[in-house]
Design a binder for this molecule. Structure first.
Ligand code: CA
Ligand code: CA
Length: 252
């Protein structure tokens, strides 16, 4: 007789709030995979080192940076070392240590970030890969991007990106370069990132000369206050829903 009047839609509404809040929390903590935007920057550009001024020596994976832990990459042909992938340098020409020449494919380059201090991983906002050579169209590039995060623990593909416009297999003696830029469609490409892998495949006959790979981002931080608010609201709604349901059962 003393039964509390509870609107019939109350349970479904409160549970719906809880589910929405929980979903939002999961999305935030898992670092939802964003669509990756390719900007090929116009493809082939005259000049072997046309993008010099855009190469960074302070990105997350540059040699010597505290955010960089290790790299797993093969050395290239003609005596080029994988050091050239991340030394922040691209000013000299041909067969010097600041570039890496790959002619055997696939060539897989994996950067591991240092999460000793930044235990939540990193928000990756931009990836730039520079390629260029004085002839043979070695400045063309095609690669697949894979990312490992603190939440998925294994590599997930983000797509394969091609930057070959203006390159061909017959024009020799023309210095050309390309810059491939990847960004997220809204916000970072990924959050909580621990490892970045680029797998280069054959873009033109002979190979690709990679001048530098820059990975740009910041340490991932704890959820924003708005996310915490959603957690609190969601948890509160769930508890209220359970309590009200229990009271309803008792008084039934
Ligand atoms: Ca760099
Ligand atoms: Ca370099």
């Amino acid at each position: 007789m003393n039964k509390k009047m509870v609107p019939p839609h109350f349970y479904s509404t409160s549970r719906r709030i809880a589910v929405i809040a929980a979903t939002a929390l999961f999305a935030a903590s898992a670092g939802l995979q964003a669509a990756v935007i390719l900007n090929d920057n116009g493809g082939a550009t005259t000049g072997e080192t046309a993008w010099d001024s855009m190469i960074s020596d302070s990105d997350l994976v540059n040699t010597g940076r505290p955010t960089f832990l290790s790299v797993d990459a093969p050395d290239g042909g003609f005596g080029t070392s994988s050091v050239g992938l991340q030394d922040g340098v691209n000013t000299n020409l041909q067969l010097v240590p600041n570039m890496t020449f790959y002619s055997a494919f696939p060539s897989s380059v994996t950067f591991t970030l240092d999460t000793t201090v930044n235990t939540l991983g990193y928000d990756i906002t931009t990836i730039n890969t520079f390629a260029g050579w004085s002839d043979f169209n070695f400045g063309a590039q095609i690669f697949e991007l894979l990312i490992k995060t603190t939440t998925n623990g294994s590599f997930v593909t983000y797509g394969t990106f091609s930057n070959t416009a203006g390159f061909d297999n017959t024009t020799l003696g023309a210095p050309r370069s390309s810059l491939t830029t990847l960004t997220g469609d809204s916000g970072p490409i990924a959050s909580g990132v621990t490892d970045i892998r680029l797998v280069y495949s054959q873009a033109v006959t002979y190979g690709t000369v990679i001048r530098e790979i820059d990975v740009i981002g910041t340490a991932t931080t704890v959820p924003e206050p708005s996310i915490w608010m959603m957690m609190i609201v969601g948890t509160g709604a769930l508890i209220l829903s359970q309590r009200t349901g229990r009271q309803s059962n008792l008084s039934a």
